[in-house]
Design a protein around this ligand. Structure first.
Ligand code: SF4
Ligand code: SF4
Length: 62
């Protein structure tokens, strides 16, 4: 199963685009006006979690 994938809390997301520009897997895209992680592409590197200015992205265990 591997590590859990990153997940965006859409209620918190401010649509700044930071996570989308840093994801090395191109796993985050806009769904409507919020960022959303594609779990098929996410490798749980946590770069987006460290990048999000308001802590809207979480990933259990990393
Ligand atoms: S954890 Fe890494 S691979 Fe997954 S969405 Fe965030 S930046 Fe992309
Ligand atoms: S970095 Fe955070 S606030 Fe910015 S688009 Fe991504 S999830 Fe939303």
């Amino acid at each position: 199963m591997g590590k859990p994938k990153a997940n965006v809390d859409k209620k918190k997301c401010l649509a700044c685009g930071g996570c989308i520009s840093v994801c090395p897997q191109d796993a985050i895209s806009w769904i409507g006006n919020k960022a959303e992680v594609n779990p098929e592409k996410c490798i749980s590197c946590a770069i987006c979690i460290r990048t999000c200015p308001i802590g809207a992205i979480s990933g259990e265990g990393y």
